[in-house]
Design a protein around this ligand. Structure first.
Ligand SMILES: Cc1cc2nc3c(=O)[nH]c(=O)nc-3n(C[C@H](O)[C@H](O)[C@H](O)COP(=O)(O)OP(=O)(O)OC[C@H]3O[C@@H](n4cnc5c(N)ncnc54)[C@H](O)[C@@H]3O)c2cc1C
Length: 455
């Protein structure tokens, strides 16, 4: 008899787990309350990157003089922008839906709650409910924006990231609270689209966890665009009066704007899931406690994606889903199986210039007293960067000085999020700088700077 697998939540973690388990022969049911593709497609990655792409088109239009063209001033059409984002999400959703249907996965449009270690109930959109039994359960319900008790979101002018694609009224001046990855992406997005922006930065540097050289390039770009930075400031209240919002900081500074947006992290969707009835334990932050195979405190219940409390990235959620399918189908015992190495996950910040990194960071190596070789090449001498009229940024490769094995890298510049894949492949496959040097890349491309940095 096939193994019965129940997946609650159909985001990247859930639909990958479902699809792979079905491919390996399981009988799979997915319960999803919104859309297949999850918040990643509906509310987070896809809409934010779609808005950033539109902002990119606007800033490019403003910069065409550098390409030998007359300047134009495009205008935002919020309705068209909303349609564009909805169309992208629908296309992605229907691709997942077709794939799961072709694999015989049963998809229930409803909310799933565990009723015991092997059972759950799905309350469907029409109010009816379905009792479900399973041999294995995958919890992949994701996370939602964190809202502190001092912030009263109104979905109109005091916004979470999920109210911003685009907001009901377009901000003339946006105050962004939070200068991590999400915060700086929203600064970039709205300033490219023409809004004035103030950023509340709790430390002395934006992106406090990233390479300071990369953060400095981004800060320089923000200054060039006229973004106001409130450094060392901690927001403690947001007030609205008519069409004006005021963000008040603990040191008395105030930032006024037409809108405020909070980007201060997320909390897991682990409440109201019936986890206690199944004996699933949470850690102190509310994430499901999992081991390296993503198994919870109950051996047949797994957690993947943001709810697992590991690296909150869509790419990580997907691979976790696949690894769970392999594990529950008993395929992990094979010699080719590898555990996920979160330290080798590539990540990117979709600002302008983009910032991407993978593996060991320079600061981390110095803090550990580890000997490394760092080579850095600016894009200013790269032919394609000059042809693109965008020579900002650099490629940095970190390698072992004795063996030449590539340990990490960071790239700042146009298409950095794509270019980092080469370094990620090197880091994950233990390639040496020599392997990159000996590659024959296309000329003229930005990738050539990788070869130069590997020399
Ligand atoms: C603004 C923003 C931008 C981001 N951009 C990127 C990016 O560019 N690249 C990247 O890699 N990551 C990005 N991320 C992170 C990424 O969105 C998450 O890591 C990813 O969505 C996690 O996938 P998941 O499957 O765990 O959860 P989700 O995508 O959140 O999916 C979970 C699903 O579970 C469903 N669900 C929840 N509870 C129930 C229930 N009880 N019953 C049924 N269904 C339920 C939800 O409706 C949802 O569809 C971004 C995050 C944010 C906030």
């Amino acid at each position: 008899m096939s193994k019965r697998v129940l997946v609650i939540g159909g985001g990247p973690a859930g639909h990958e787990a479902a699809s792979h388990a079905a491919r390996y022969g399981a009988e799979v049911t997915v319960v999803e309350r919104d859309v297949l593709g999850g918040s990643a497609h509906l509310r987070d990655c896809v809409p934010s990157k779609s808005m950033i792409a539109t902002g990119g088109a606007m800033s490019f239009a403003r910069r065409v003089a550098g390409m030998g063209l007359a300047e134009v001033e495009p205008e935002i059409d919020s309705a068209m922008l909303r349609d564009r984002i909805a169309t992208i999400e629908k296309r992605l959703e229907s691709a997942i839906s077709r794939l799961l249907a072709s694999q015989g996965v049963r998809v229930l449009d409803g909310t799933g709650v565990l009723t015991g270690p092997h059972s759950a109930v799905a309350t469907l959109a029409d109010g009816t409910s379905v009792e479900l039994e399973a041999d294995y359960i995958v919890l992949s319900t994701g996370s939602r924006p964190r809202v502190p008790d001092w912030a009263h979101l109104d979905g109109d002018r005091i916004l979470s990231t999920r109210d911003a694609y685009p907001p009901k009224t377009f901000p003339s001046h946006l105050v962004v609270v939070g200068s991590g990855v999400t915060g700086v992406e929203f600064v970039h997005m709205f300033s490219s689209l023409g809004a004035d922006v103030t950023l509340i930065v709790s430390r002395q540097q934006v992106l406090p966890d990233k390479d300071p050289e990369a953060a400095a390039v981004l800060e320089a770009d923000f200054m060039r665009r006229g973004v106001q930075l409130f450094k060392g400031a901690r927001a403690t209240a947001i007030e609205r009066s008519g069409d004006e919002v005021t963000v008040i900081c603990s040191d008395g500074r105030v930032a006024k704007g037409s809108h405020a947006l909070l980007a201060i992290g997320s909390v897991p969707n682990s409440d109201n899931l019936g986890l206690e009835t199944a004996g699933v334990q949470l850690n102190e932050w509310g994430y499901v406690d999992v081991d390296h195979n993503l198994v919870s405190s109950v051996p047949h219940i797994y957690a993947a994606g943001d709810i697992s409390g590991r690296l909150p990235l869509s790419s990580v959620a997907s691979i976790q889903g696949r690894k769970i399918a392999e594990h529950l189908m008993g395929l992990h015992a094979g010699r080719d199986h590898r555990h996920i190495d979160y330290d080798k996950a590539a990540s990117a910040i979709f600002t302008e210039p983009e910032i991407a990194d993978v593996g060991l960071a320079e600061a981390e190596a110095f803090a550990d007293g580890r000997k490394i070789r760092v080579t850095k090449v600016p894009f200013s001498s790269n032919a394609k960067a000059l042809i693109n009229d965008d020579p900002r940024g650099f490629v940095k490769i970190i390698s072992d000085p004795h063996t030449g094995v590539v340990l990490g890298g960071s790239i700042v510049g146009r298409h950095a999020a794509e270019l980092i894949s080469v370094v990620a492949l090197a880091v994950n496959s233990h390639l040496k700088v020599q392997d990159i040097q000996d590659c024959l890349f296309v000329y003229p491309t930005l990738s050539e700077s990788l070869i130069e940095a590997a020399e």
